[in-house]
Design a protein around this ligand. Structure first.
Ligand code: HEC
Length: 369
C-alpha cells in the first residue's frame, strides 16, 4: 500500500485542515485525528510544527495510558513523557501494559527512573517497580534487581517482588535459587517467597526438591481423618489463602484470579472432608470444565491450560490467567491430562494447623456472605 505521504503531510500541516480554533476551545477528536495521521506518515518530523506538537501534547495528557499512548511516545521518541510512562508502568505493574511501559522507558534511555523507584521510601511504588521490571523481562532493567535483593534494609515486599522478578519465570534460573536456599545464602525472611517460586516451578525436579526442603509439616502429614478432628481458625485461613498461593488460581472473598473454579461459595458445595481431598489429592477428582489439556502446535511448541473452543479456534487459558487463541489448523495434537492443573503438594507449604485454618475458612464461604 502506498499513501501519498506528501498529501497527508500537507493535510496535517495545512492551515485549513488543522488551523487552531480561534475561540481557544480544544478539540479532542481533532487531536486524535492528527495523531492517527502522523502515526501513518513515514518519517514525519514532529519538530517541524508547533501546532502538531500542541495536539500531541494534549492528546497524551487526555489519553494517558490509552490506545495510542505508547505508540506515540515510541514513534517520536518523546523522552519528556518519561514521568507519565513511569506512572503507567507502576499503576499497571500486574498487566502487559505495565510491562510495555517499562520496556519503552528503558528504550528511551530512562530506565533509571524505574531503578530509582526501587530504592524509594514509598514501598508500594517500589514493589510495583519490581513487578513491572519482572514482566518486561528487559535485561537492562533486570540488572537493578540484585542490588535490591542484597540490601536487607529494603522492605520485605520489595525484596520479595525482586526475587520473583529474577527467579519467577525461568526454570533455569530457579536451580540457582534452589542452590542459594540450600547453602543458606538467601536472607531468612525471603524463604517464604523462595518456597512459593520453587514449589510452583515448571520443572518437576525442582518442585520435588523444594518440597523436601520447605515441607513445614515434618515427617508424615496427618491423615484426612485426623485433620477432620482439628478446629481451624477461619480468620487465619483467610490470610493463608493469599500467602499460600491459592489466589494465583482461585478467587475467594474478592481476591484472586479465576483460573480454577471460583471458591467464593465453596462451603455450600464441599464439606470439610471433600475440601481436604481437593487440596491433598487434587488429581483424584477433577472438577468438570477445569481439566488440563496439553496442546502441541505445528511449530512444536507445547502449551498447557484449560481450553474452550469454537469451530475454528481454540482458546487456552494458562496458569496466571493469560489467554491465547490458536487457529485449529495450527494444532498437531491435543490430549487431556490425567493430572489436575492444581499443583500437588500445596499442603506441604503449611503446617497441619495452618491447613485446618485454611479449610475452616473455605468451609465458611457460603452464599449470602
Ligand atoms: C496452579 C493453579 C492452582 C493453585 C495454585 C491452586 N489451585 Fe485449587 N484448583 C485448580 C484447578 C485447575 C482446579 C480444578 C481442577 C481440579 O478439580 O483439580 C482446582 C480445584 C480446587 C478445589 C475444588 C473446587 C471445586 O469446585 O470442586 C478446591 C477446594 C481448591 N482447588 C482449593 C485450593 C486451595 C485451598 C489452594 C491453595 C492451597 C489451591 N486450590 C491452589 C488450580 C489451582
Amino acid at each position: 500500500m502506498r499513501i501519498s505521504h506528501h498529501y497527508l503531510a500537507a493535510l496535517v500541516m495545512g492551515a485549513t485542515g488543522f488551523a487552531l480554533p480561534t475561540n481557544g476551545q480544544e478539540d479532542p477528536s481533532r487531536d486524535a485525528l492528527i495523531v492517527e495521521t502522523i502515526l501513518r506518515i513515514e518519517g514525519f518530523d514532529l519538530s517541524g510544527s508547533t501546532k502538531v506538537q500542541g495536539a500531541v501534547k494534549r492528546y497524551l495528557k487526555d489519553n494517558w495510558g490509552g490506545e495510542r499512548y505508547l505508540d506515540l511516545i515510541e514513534r517520536f521518541d518523546l523522552k519528556e513523557e518519561a514521568p507519565g510512562l513511569l506512572r503507567l508502568a507502576l499503576k499497571k505493574s500486574e498487566s502487559p501494559a505495565g510491562a510495555e511501559a517499562a520496556t519503552l522507558l528503558a528504550s528511551l534511555g530512562k530506565g533509571a527512573l524505574l531503578a530509582e523507584t526501587l530504592e524509594k521510601e514509598d514501598e508500594v511504588a517500589a514493589g510495583q517497580a519490581a513487578k513491572a521490571i519482572a514482566h518486561s523481562g528487559d535485561t537492562t532493567l533486570m540488572a537493578a534487581l540484585p542490588k535490591v535483593l542484597a540490601n536487607p534494609d529494603r522492605p520485605l515486599n520489595v525484596r520479595s517482588s525482586a526475587l520473583a522478578a529474577l527467579y519467577g519465570k525461568d526454570p533455569g534460573s530457579q536451580s540457582k535459587l534452589l542452590a542459594m536456599v540450600k547453602s543458606n545464602e538467601l536472607a531468612e525472611d525471603l524463604r517464604q517467597a523462595a518456597s512459593e517460586i520453587l514449589m510452583l516451578s515448571r520443572n518437576p525436579e525442582i518442585r520435588e526438591e523444594a518440597k523436601t526442603i520447605f515441607s513445614v509439616a515434618g515427617g508424615d502429614y496427618p491423615s484426612i481423618a485426623e485433620l477432620l478432628n482439628r478446629k481451624g481458625d477461619p480468620s487465619k485461613g483467610k490470610e493463608l489463602f493469599i500467602t499460600k498461593t491459592c489466589m494465583i488460581c482461585h478467587e475467594a472473598g474478592g481476591t484472586g484470579i479465576n483460573f480454577g473454579p471460583g471458591l467464593s461459595q465453596i462451603g455450600d458445595k464441599l464439606d470439610a472432608k471433600a475440601l481436604y481431598q481437593a487440596i491433598l489429592q487434587p488429581s483424584e477428582k477433577i472438577s468438570m470444565g477445569f481439566e488440563g489439556w496439553e496442546v502441541t502446535l505445528k511449530n512444536k511448541i507445547k502449551l498447557v491450560g484449560i481450553i474452550e473452543e469454537t469451530e475454528e479456534n481454540l482458546t487456552l487459558t494458562m496458569i496466571g490467567g493469560a489467554k491465547q487463541t490458536i487457529e485449529k489448523r495450527e494444532i498437531t495434537s491435543r490430549s487431556k491430562m490425567k493430572q489436575s492443573l492444581m499443583y500437588p503438594g500445596l499442603h506441604q507449604l503449611m503446617t497441619p494447623e495452618e491447613l485446618a485454618d485454611l479449610v475452616s475458612y473455605l468451609s465458611s464461604l457460603r452464599k449470602g456472605d
